[in-house]
Design a protein around this ligand. Structure first.
Ligand SMILES: [Fe+2]
Ligand SMILES: [Fe+2]
Length: 232
């Protein structure tokens, strides 16, 4: 059954994010090895799915029934990218709360919204077999205006007077959040790079292409912020 790989990385990621932001690398490694693995290893992942118990895992495991129009490989790749998008959403949500500067909070929040759109797109393809542009959407992915900065979920608050040590601490924390996010984007972009080649339908390829382009734009925004602030 194709839902076998969905729950494993997603659940792990969601719980790992809060504790250890750099954990996407291990999730990434695990996903990469899963891709190389045989059908039998995929079957064993299916059994591990059943043992998951956290509430996050439960929501992540509500993966829709895959369309019969998709090949087994396409379903596997969709489940893999879905788990990555879930991780991206959780990490950006966390980063937008932790960032010290409002501008950076907004960058993370906007990225989070894009990742949510990516997740919606992937689930739609998984369910219907072919990408359908949402009503009123201009891009290949749902919603996703890449220009409009939205209000930060967490208010930045007044940047009250801080000691030099506090400024330094905030700077190091923000730099870490940026570096971690940039690394995640690089990895996820690479996953799409490979996945696109395995898809049969042109509409699905185009949708994945659009998502990958947005991942690169996320990386570019984060890089630009880091460069501007002497972090890179
Ligand atoms: Fe994404
Ligand atoms: Fe992204």
């Amino acid at each position: 059954m194709p839902t076998k790989t969905a729950a494993r990385p997603a659940g792990r990621s969601a719980t790992a994010v809060k504790a250890r932001p750099a954990s996407h690398m291990s999730a990434a490694r695990s996903s990469a090895s899963a891709r190389k693995s045989s059908a039998s290893s995929v079957r064993s992942a299916s059994s591990s799915k059943a043992s998951s118990s956290s509430s996050t895992m439960k929501s992540a495991s509500k993966t829709p029934q895959p369309s019969s129009k998709l090949t087994e490989k396409e379903v596997t790749l969709l489940n893999e990218t879905i788990s990555h998008e879930q991780l991206c959403i959780a990490k950006y949500r966390n980063a937008s709360r932790l960032a010290s500067v409002r501008e950076l909070q907004q960058i993370f929040t906007e990225c989070q919204q894009h990742e949510q759109n990516h997740l919606t797109t992937l689930n739609q393809i998984l369910t219907d077999g072919v990408y359908k542009k949402p009503a009123g959407s201009t891009g290949a992915s749902s919603g996703g205006s890449s220009s409009g900065m939205t209000q930060s979920a967490s208010s930045g608050g007044a940047q009250s007077a801080k000691t030099p040590a506090q400024y330094k601490g905030d700077f190091e924390k923000d730099k870490y959040l940026c570096t971690d996010s940039l690394s995640m984007e690089k990895y996820v972009s690479g996953v799409y790079d490979t996945a696109i080649f395995e898809f049969v339908n042109t509409k699905n390829r185009d949708a994945l292409n659009f998502i990958q382009k947005q991942e690169q734009q996320h990386g570019q925004k984060i890089y630009a912020y880091m460069a501007k602030n002497g972090m890179y």
